[in-house]
Design a protein around this ligand. Structure first.
Ligand code: ZN
Ligand code: ZN
Length: 415
């Protein structure tokens, strides 16, 4: 673990109420909800905003937007995503979740904050409280965006489609952050691409059913599927410039019920990650070409290719990123701010800024002590960030990013 420098005497951060922050975090961690069903979380956030005297409205279903107007100056939007995941928590924490939720098909599943979005909500509520206690130290407008449904790539789009930027002041910049299995107390960011674009497809290959002893009467969708899956591996290895990263993963494959029946169909799902739009276009075209081409070679009917979801690009604007990065370095210390390559994971955060053509900055903050062993990855049942210095760092980073625009050039220190 690393401990960022103490806050300077007179700094805004001196107003951070650690006990309240931890109470909020424990509550949120123990009460996760599934994507686009974050009703209790939205009520909790709204109650906190009421307590702060912040005007707010619901947006995109279970999204909540708070608006703080504090005189002349830029408009900064800060986004925290609110959803949990269908995972049975196994962290052993005394505030671990035992919650359940209902999937759209009616299945009841355990729910966990397995991606740490509870740390994002806690950090943004804490940052708002710190800033509202010292409205003398900054000037401008702050838009607090509590976004549902990040994990399903639905929430950012739902908020924008529900008039987010008509109902809230249009921001000059959109900021956001994510907890990661990095050293707690540190912040990591990249210049340019921050996270990959993602596409998920569901594919149905059709064949002709037959008795297993009479292949001459069949079109075998399993043999066809095997060729498709093997050939998809050549997109990244044979079709792309090796300097352009891409991932093509077949995550599920299902076909058949019995060893002596050749089935009439095979179904599989694909996950595609890319950093650049031309590469994405090329990979998607290659995927379609290979699937339809292999089906044609097999004499099979045209396969069905359906889009499951798309995550937009998550881009760090160079000018805005340089501004936020230097503020973070001044607040957290040079050694605690790391510039790294973009990650292959994906986010729908980018849609909030790209939908209105404004810059955005997105960074990661650590939540673990690597000296205590390999940290669990996001989406694992063991993903339980240490509360400190994780939450204090997330809150400080949020305040710092906001003050980089609204602090009037000062760091908010009271001279
Ligand atoms: Zn996640
Ligand atoms: Zn996440």
């Amino acid at each position: 673990m690393t401990t960022p420098p103490e806050t300077a005497p007179g700094s805004l951060m001196a107003g951070l109420d650690t006990e309240r922050m931890h109470r909020i975090y424990r509550h949120l961690h123990a009460h996760p909800e599934l994507s686009m069903r974050e009703h209790a979380t939205a009520d909790f956030v709204a109650a906190e905003l009421d307590d702060l005297g912040v005007e707010h409205f619901r947006c995109g279903g279970t999204g909540v937007v708070g608006v703080v107007r504090n005189g002349e100056g830029p408009v900064v939007a800060f986004r925290a995503d609110t959803d949990g995941l269908p995972i049975a928590e196994d962290t052993g924490l005394d505030y671990a979740s035992t919650a359940t939720g209902t999937l759209s098909d009616g299945t009841v599943v355990p729910v966990m904050h397995g991606c740490g979005h509870d740390t994002h909500v806690t950090s943004l509520l804490t940052a708002a409280r710190v800033l509202l206690a010292r409205t003398d130290a900054w000037s401008g407008t702050l838009v607090l965006v509590f976004q549902p449904g990040e994990e399903t790539a639905e929430g950012a789009r739902a908020m924008v489609d529900d008039g987010l930027w008509e109902r809230a002041p249009r921001p000059d910049v959109v900021l956001g952050q994510h907890v990661m299995p990095l050293r707690a107390g540190t912040v990591t960011l990249s210049h340019g691409t921050a996270m990959a674009m993602a596409d998920a497809l569901r594919v149905t290959l059709y064949g002709r059913q037959s008795h297993g002893s009479q292949p001459q009467s069949s079109i075998d969708p399993i043999v066809l599927g095997a060729h498709v899956v093997a050939r998809l591996q050549t997109i990244a290895s044979r079709e792309l410039d090796p300097r352009s990263p891409a991932v093509v993963t077949v995550g599920t494959f299902h076909a058949g019920l019995k060893e002596n029946i050749i089935p009439d169909r095979a179904e599989f799902t694909l996950n595609i990650r890319t950093f650049e739009q031309p590469v994405r276009d090329r990979v998607l075209a290659a995927v379609r070409r290979i699937i339809t081409g292999e089906a044609a070679v097999s004499g099979a009917p045209e396969p069905l290719i359906e889009e499951v979801y798309t995550f937009p690009r998550c881009h760090n604007d160079p000018t805005a990123t340089a501004r936020v990065e230097s503020a973070l370095r001044a607040e957290l210390g040079e050694d605690n701010v790391v510039v790294d390559a973009p990650v292959m994971g994906s986010e729908d955060f980018g849609h909030l800024a790209e939908s209105i053509g404004v810059p955005s900055v997105y960074w990661m903050f650590g939540g673990f002590d690597p000296d205590a062993g390999e940290p669990p990855v996001n989406h694992s049942p063991y993903f339980g960030p240490v509360m400190e210095p994780t939450l204090t760092t997330g809150s400080r980073a949020a305040v710092t990013g906001i003050l980089a625009y609204l602090g009037g050039g000062a760091t908010g220190t009271d001279e």
